[in-house]
Design a protein around this ligand. Structure first.
Ligand code: C2E
Ligand code: MG
Ligand code: MG
Ligand code: MG
Length: 291
C-alpha cells in the first residue's frame, strides 16, 4: 500500500491506496454485514444426466450484489475471504442457504441434491465436520443429498491427505467431488487413495472441445480415467451442442453449462424445473421422487 516516488533525487514515500486495493479493503470490511443484509446470495446451476437429460443435482454458486460495485464475482471475494480468515463464515452461510433450499424441495417431495464448493482453507478448520453435520441436522437434510466440491489442488495437499477430514466428511453420507479436474497435479495413486466419488472436468478443457482436438482428447482421457477408477464424471462449461454430443459419445455421466442452463436464483430455477419436468408439489406422504 506504500508507493514510493522520487522527486529531485530524494525518495519520499506517500501512503497511496490504488483503486483496486481500496476496493479489496472495502469488500473485506463489508463482507460480514453483506451477509447479514443478504447482499450476498446464492444461485443454483442445474447438472443433468447426459443420457436422459434429467436434472440430477444443482451447484450452489455465491453472488454478491454490491450497492456501489455492482455484481462482484466470487473469484473477487472468495480468495479475499480466505486471506482475512472469514471463509469459514462464508461457507457456513452458503451451506445454510443451499440446505434450506434443499429442505424446501424435500417438503415438496422433490429429492434434489445440492452441491456446495469448499475452499482449501476450510479443510484445515478443526470443526468443519461438526459444522457440516450440524447444518444437515438443523435442516433435516440427509447427507446423501449433499455434494461438496473440492478443488484438485487442495486435495493433493499433504496436510489434507494426512488428516482424516475427507474420510470424516464422507462418513456423513455425502459425496465428494473433485472440481476443476485436470488443472492440478494429482497422481493416479492419490486419486485411488482419496474418498472421492466424482471428477469434474475443468471448463477450460470443455470450452475448447468443439474446436480443439487436444482439448477433446484431454476430456476423453479424464472420462476414461474416472471410469477406470470407479468414479462418476461431470463436464462443466458445456456451451454448445457439438460439445454435448462429443461428451455423450465419450460416456461422460453428467453435464453442466450454459447450454443446459445458466446459474439461476431459486424462483427462476423453480420455473425451469416446472417447464422441464412438469413437476409440482406431489400429494403429501408420497415417496420422494428423484428428478
Ligand atoms: P466452479 O466451482 O468451478 O464453478 C463453475 C463456474 O463456471 C461458475 O462460475 C459458473 O457460473 C461457471 N459456468 C458454468 N457453466 C458455464 C459455461 O457453460 N460457460 C462458462 N464460461 N462458465 C460456466 P462462478 O459462479 O463465477 O464461480 C467461479 C468459482 O468461484 C467457482 O468455480 C468456485 O470455485 C468459486 N465459488 C463460487 N461459489 C463459491 C462458494 O460458495 N464457495 C467457495 N468456496 N467458492 C465458490
Ligand atoms: Mg464447483
Ligand atoms: Mg469447476
Ligand atoms: Mg472453477
Amino acid at each position: 500500500l506504500l508507493a514510493g516516488h522520487s522527486s529531485g533525487g530524494v525518495a519520499s514515500y506517500h501512503p497511496v491506496l490504488d483503486q483496486q486495493s481500496l476496493r479489496r479493503l472495502q469488500l473485506g470490511t463489508e463482507l460480514e454485514s453483506a451477509m447479514a443484509e443478504k447482499q450476498i446470495t446464492v444461485v443454483f446451476q442445474p447438472i443433468v444426466d447426459t443420457r436422459t437429460s434429467d436434472i440430477v443435482s444443482v451447484e450452489t454458486l455465491v453472488r454478491w450484489a454490491h450497492p456501489r460495485y455492482g455484481n462482484v464475482p466470487p473469484d473477487d471475494f472468495i480468495g479475499l475471504a480466505e486471506q482475512i480468515g472469514r471463509i469459514g463464515a462464508v461457507t457456513d452461510y452458503v451451506l445454510d442457504l443451499a440446505l434450506e433450499r434443499c429442505r424446501k424441495w424435500l417438503d415438496q417431495d422433490i429429492a434434489l441434491s445440492v452441491a456446495v464448493n469448499l475452499s482449501a482453507r476450510c479443510l484445515a478448520e478443526p470443526d468443519l465436520v461438526d459444522r457440516v453435520r450440524g447444518a444437515l441436522r438443523h435442516h433435516g437434510v440427509p447427507g446423501s443429498l449433499l455434494t461438496l466440491e473440492l478443488t484438485e489442488g487442495i486435495v493433493v495437499d499433504d496436510s489434507v491427505r494426512n488428516s482424516t477430514v475427507l474420510a470424516d466428511l464422507h462418513s456423513l453420507g455425502l459425496r465428494l467431488s473433485m472440481d476443476d479436474f485436470g488443472t492440478g497435479y494429482s497422481s493416479l495413486s492419490q486419486l485411488r487413495q482419496l474418498p472421492i466419488d466424482e471428477l469434474k472436468i475443468d471448463k477450460s478443457f470443455v470450452l475448447g472441445m468443439s474446436t480443439s482436438q487436444s482439448e477433446s482428447f484431454i476430456a476423453r482421457s479424464i472420462v476414461e480415467l474416472a471410469h477406470n477408477l470407479g468414479l462418476r464424471v461431470v463436464a462443466e462449461g458445456v456451451e454448445d451442442e457439438v460439445t454435448r454430443d462429443l461428451l455423450a459419445e465419450m460416456g461422460c455421466d453428467k453435464l453442466q453449462g450454459f447450454l443446459v442452463s445458466r446459474p439461476l436464483p431459486d424462483d427462476r430455477l423453480e420455473n425451469w424445473l416446472l417447464a422441464r419436468t412438469g413437476v409440482r408439489s406431489a400429494t403429501p406422504g408420497a415417496p420422494h421422487r428423484r428428478l
